[in-house]
Design a protein around this ligand. Sequence first.
Ligand code: AMP
Length: 138
Amino acid sequence: MERTLSIVKPDGVRKNIVGEVIGRFEKSGLKVVALKMASLTRKEAEGFYAVHCKRPFFGSLTEFMSSGPVVLMAIEGAGAIKKVRDIMGATDPKNAAPGTIRKDFADSIESNVVHGSDAPETAAFEIGYFFNALEIRC
Ligand code: AMP
């Protein structure tokens, strides 16, 4: 069993596809074990993406991530990290495979609808960044 953090980003919430994203995860056998909507401050977005703080897109990424509400969720299942990333598709929708969320809905490499943790260590940090133990079902 593995856990990962996924986010429906502000563009996904604006496009009204929160249920579509969660449905794709659930249909693949993954389970939502924590869920909430939040409006991230710029500082909260900067903390979440701190690993990217030296990258040229850090400013616009954190501005985008704090531009409207997001839906945060912890997802559980066998191989959940890779499964979620496969369902999301490549970061840049131009390179995303058919049938993936980003191929179907994303506008650009930055406005790419969803986030999914990329490794067990980042998943642990990211879930802990947004959820405490009381908010996660067992
Ligand atoms: P990652 O940690 O790999 O999920 O990357 C964080 C997010 O940064 C991605 O989901 C994109 O929204 C954004 N991003 C990654 N690379 C670029 C880029 N070259 N230009 C703009 N945004 C990017």
